[in-house]
Design a protein around this ligand. Sequence first.
Ligand code: HEC
Length: 143
Amino acid sequence: MTQEFIRHLIAFLEIRLQQVMRKKIRLAKIVICSIILLDCSSNRESLEGPSVVGEEATMSTEVLGKWNRSCALCHVNGEAGAPIIGDTKSWSERLCKGEDALIKSVVEGLKSMPPLGYCMACEIDDFKSMISFMVGKNLRISN
Ligand code: HEC
């Protein structure tokens, strides 16, 4: 009787231990992610002007039309490795470069992305709105 009780107790403790370990691993993952994001947000302090992240993404229908005729060609399906609209993970890695660097990539082109992202009529402000739009308004790197 007691032996069985002890066996149950050991089994119970083993399960608890596994649960605790799993929690610790999860906690460690959260801490690591936070450190990465904090590191990322510290780079952002040097940025000037309106930021790409942390704001509600709004875009006029005119700019949306331009986006539809150019950026959408690649950024909807991830053509040639383009970061997909709303894919917060792949965008957050790029956001660490800072807004100026992202705008520069669009203006000059980057690998398979042609200069101006095919939008000859686009202004710099249009690119800013388009990037916020693609990043997804819910992405917040810092508060
Ligand atoms: C012909 C396809 C294509 C079009 C059109 C296009 N892009 Fe891209 N874009 C890409 C690809 C491919 C990448 C990833 C390049 C890489 O890092 O390999 C990219 C990357 C980017 C990046 C990240 C740049 C960086 O430095 O990491 C931004 C921002 C971007 N595009 C914005 C735009 C905007 C805004 C438009 C429309 C005005 C646009 N793109 C149109 C293919 C395109």
